[in-house]
Design a protein around this ligand. Structure first.
Ligand SMILES: NC(=O)C1=CN([C@@H]2O[C@H](COP(=O)(O)OP(=O)(O)OC[C@H]3O[C@@H](n4cnc5c(N)ncnc54)[C@H](OP(=O)(O)O)[C@@H]3O)[C@@H](O)[C@H]2O)C=CC1
Ligand SMILES: CC[C@](O)(C(C)=O)C(=O)O
Ligand SMILES: [Mg+2]
Ligand SMILES: [Mg+2]
Length: 556
């Protein structure tokens, strides 16, 4: 968990004054025109890949590439499923050793899923874990069968040297600090595999690139590590249960990079894979986790919990009407029937309350969300994460569930009557407005529906909120990446304050409902896209409560 990843100490710095170089590079990034921050515009700028210079033009000779209509847009996807495991030997052709580097949230899940899937497919590929010397994670990796004796566990650079595919799953801040050594250790012809676009964002910010003689791919699960493992295990009973993943082919020297990326996604158990670029991925991912996935939902719950008590509810009832209403009712409706079903299910006064809350919350939430998107696109948020990595030894991340809200919440959870959790229409209006504002910012920036819906809807309802429901907010946030933990802690209070200060006061002062906003919501194209995405995966309630070989992080 601890990183010491300062740009100053980075071996990458070629300038005699690395701090200055870092600052100047970000300055240059900020000075670039707004158009260049659009993922579509940026695609051309960063793409070194001939075959995927435009999205939705990939092909595969191994997996079926399907056209789907997300709202009014045609996109290409590859559907996953265990029935495709027999195709894995072909997709992983030429790969004999896979090095999974790190043991945070993703690595335990991805390494175990890959090992199981490749074995089931009859592939003779070794999956080996690489960790920094002295890492406390050695013991945890051994517990699930990766051992030095079997030569499936070792020091990270030793593992990197032997691997044909290096899955770099150490924290993003550590990737930024160590990338030069990692590239230098990789053997000729090996592929670099990422689960995030962060490293590209960092390299661009300092005017550097990936070495041009290697394949660079990413498979980015749109859900936290424990859910990637748990749903994979459930997929043994329900074919196709899993976490969707985006994939990016950034460099394709071998001509085999797309097949390998798709094979990796299938082996993880993803119900479907959709194409992105590293640039589009890091913008949407870093943004989404600061928004409705983690930061915004935390801020919404805190602000509503206080509001409902001010209105006379007991702390327990206030928690039920805020947090429980979201995690135990609203997200379940969204997961099975879509966002609009929450609204369609309301009648009479409840519908009016929803409209008031929605109409008052949409713009304040969108203001913060747009600010987050701009901070990510400009490189500022990447810089925040790297600077946080530098401070972390002195100021470790603290617990976020020691407050009254979450202590009361623990009691409520222990006494919960799952069948009778209310759907509070005010809570629903605030939550849905924030989700819609997040969707609109991404669509306005040019992200494809597949990315927008996964990063704003499916991940929230299928992967993250179920953990907040059963284990509380800290469990949800702290099983996410270091990048996400940093951002959620930074932005949650901004949502809390702006909703309290602007949205709830507007309602209390009798501001009329903005009918244009409501009509835009009712007729939004995203509803059709959500419906289509949901058809592509079985509706499975994640078994968060059951025992599993999943690593789960609890900060003491
Ligand atoms: N969390 C998630 O669910 C998701 C994460 N991702 C991406 O996956 C990647 C991995 O993230 P995640 O699994 O969350 O892990 P974390 O961000 O929590 O990072 C933890 C891992 O990084 C290692 N690490 C930290 N500093 C160093 C260092 N200086 N040298 C070597 N290793 C170091 C830790 O080692 P040690 O074990 O020794 O402490 C640990 O294994 C990131 O790119 C992230 O953005 C993508 C999708 C979802
Ligand atoms: C939502 C957080 C995440 O992006 C994720 C689980 O996908 C992360 O960085 O952990
Ligand atoms: Mg993330
Ligand atoms: Mg993510």
């Amino acid at each position: 968990m601890l990183v010491n990843a300062s740009p100053q100490s980075s071996p990458s710095s070629s300038s005699s004054n690395p701090t200055m170089k870092f600052t100047l590079a970000f300055g240059a990034l900020l000075a670039t025109s707004a158009a260049a921050f659009s993922p579509v515009a940026n695609r051309a700028a960063v793409s070194l890949v001939s075959s995927s210079s435009a999205l939705n033009s990939f092909s595969s000779t191994i997996f079926e590439v399907r056209d789907v209509n997300f709202a009014d847009t045609k996109e290409q996807i590859v559907k996953g499923g265990r029935d495709l495991f027999p195709l894995l030997p072909k997709a992983f052709e030429g790969i004999k050793e896979i090095g999974v580097i790190g043991w945070g949230s993703q690595a335990p899940a991805q390494a175990q899923n890959l090992r199981d899937s490749l074995k089931e497919a009859g592939c003779d590929i070794k999956v080996r874990i690489g960790l920094r010397e002295g890492s406390s994670s050695f013991a945890e990796a051994r517990e699930v069968g990766f051992t030095e004796d079997a030569d499936t566990l070792g020091e990270m650079f030793d593992v990197i040297k032997k691997s044909d595919l290096v899955m770099l799953l150490i924290s993003d801040a550590a990737q930024a600090a160590l990338y030069k050594e990692v590239f230098a250790a990789m053997k000729p012809g090996a592929t670099l595999g990422l689960s995030h676009g962060f490293l590209l964002g960092y390299l661009e910010s300092i005017g550097e690139k990936f070495p041009e003689d290697m394949d660079v791919i990413a498979v980015c699960p749109k859900g936290m590590g424990p859910s990637v493992r748990r749903l994979y295990e459930q997929g043994k009973e329900v074919n196709g249960a899993g976490i969707n993943a985006s994939f990016a082919v950034h460099q394709d020297k071998s001509g085999k990079a797309t097949e390998l990326a798709l094979g990796w996604g299938v082996a993880l158990g993803s119900p479907f894979m959709f194409e992105t670029t590293l640039s589009s991925e890091y913008r949407s991912d870093i943004y989404g986790e600061r928004g409705i996935l983690l930061g915004a939902v935390h801020g919404i719950v805190e602000s509503l919990y206080r509001r409902y008590q001010r209105q006379g509810m007991t702390p327990e009832q206030a928690f039920i009407e805020s947090c429980e209403s979201i995690t135990g009712n609203i997200v379940k409706i969204i997961s099975t029937r879509g966002i609009k079903a929450v609204y369609d299910g309301l009648t009479g006064d409840d519908k009016e309350v929803f409209k008031q809350a929605y109409s008052a919350s949409y713009m304040p939430a969108k203001e913060i969300l747009q600010e987050i998107y701009d901070e990510v696109s400009s490189g500022n948020e990447i810089r925040t994460v790297i600077m946080h990595g530098k401070r972390i030894n002195k100021y470790p991340v603290g617990k976020i569930d020691g407050t009254d809200t979450w202590i009361v919440g623990e009691k409520v959870r222990s006494e919960r009557d799952e069948e009778n959790i209310p759907l509070n229409p005010f809570t629903a209006g605030v939550y849905v407005a924030t989700m819609m504002a997040q969707i609109d910012v991404l669509l306005e920036a040019g992200h494809p529906y597949s990315e927008v819906v996964n990063e704003s809807v499916i991940e929230a309802v299928d992967s993250l909120c179920p953990y907040m429901h059963y284990r509380g907010v800290a469990f949800m946030v702290d099983n996410c990446s270091f990048t996400a933990k940093t951002g959620s802690r930074k932005w949650a209070p901004r949502f809390d304050y702006i909703l309290d200060q602007l949205a709830y006061t507007a309602v209390d002062n009798g501001k009329p409902v903005n009918e244009d906003l409501i009509s835009a919501f009712e007729n939004h194209k995203v509803h059709a896209a959500v419906e289509e995405c949901c058809k592509l995966r079985p509706t499975v309630d994640i078994s968060v409560g059951s025992a599993s070989s999943t690593k789960e992080i609890v900060i003491q």
